[in-house]
Design a protein around this ligand. Structure first.
Ligand SMILES: [Zn+2]
Length: 228
């Protein structure tokens, strides 16, 4: 079959497909013009538009250290995280990084941070998923903010059940002793990045491990937070 005919047939099939099965925004359900986009412009804008109340609006209350979440988990950001984490849609990583980049830059300035660490996965979970969603986002944020990315700074030494399956009390016990520092953090002020913060048990545990490894402070930042 000639190349031109082949491409004509391909266009025809794609045209019929989008006519009978129009692709919709995975967050709000609005019809999209192309199946590759996954999220509509409005949902993308919602994730990246400046916070109306300023950066402090992203601060989560409670806990023993500063914790921030850029977007509510029950909005487009939560859907983008799930598409990346469970759907393997790697093109969500730059969008999620863009959502938190300005906030990460502000936190760097305000708390005089100099290093960036992402919450690690256990090697077994990493093999299953093939990538760490928090690391994918953190790597882009590090480049954009100039924070030094300590990619192997923290390790997950205990294979734990996913936090989403557990109650608040169980989550604390689940991650207790689950992390270890692999590098010296003496005098460093760390931005600790995760995709989602729910109870904050994971980032609290990581921050404690970083402080034990000499860190001068740790500020936690997530793209999405539950209960915002
Ligand atoms: Zn949408």
């Amino acid at each position: 079959m000639g190349g031109a005919l082949k491409s004509l047939l391909w266009d025809l099939v794609r045209g019929l497909e989008s006519f009978f099965f129009p692709s919709r925004c995975r967050a709000c359900g609005v019809e999209l013009d192309g199946p590759a986009r996954l999220l509509c412009g409005t949902c993308r804008d919602e994730m990246t538009a400046p916070l109306p109340g300023g950066w402090r609006e992203a601060c989560l209350l409670g806990g023993d250290g500063p914790r921030f979440a850029r977007c509510p988990y029950d909005g487009p950001a939560g859907e983008a995280v799930r598409l990346l984490k469970f759907g393997g849609k790697m093109r969500m990583a730059p969008l999620l990084a863009e959502a938190i980049r300005p906030l990460a830059a502000t936190l760097k300035e305000h708390y005089r941070l100099d290093a960036l660490v992402s919450v690690p996965l256990h090697p077994r979970r990493l093999r299953e998923r093939r990538f760490n969603q928090a690391e994918e986002i953190a790597s882009l944020v590090a480049t954009a903010t100039g924070l030094e990315f300590r990619r192997r700074g923290l390790a997950r030494t205990k294979y734990t059940r996913p936090q989403v399956e557990l109650t608040g009390e169980e989550r604390l016990v689940n991650v207790c002793g689950a992390f270890a520092a692999r590098e010296d953090f003496s005098g460093r002020r760390v931005l600790l990045l995760d995709d989602v913060i729910t109870t904050g048990a994971t980032v609290r545990e990581c921050a404690a491990v970083l402080r034990n490894a000499g860190a001068d402070g740790a500020v936690a930042l997530a793209v999405a937070g539950a209960g915002l």
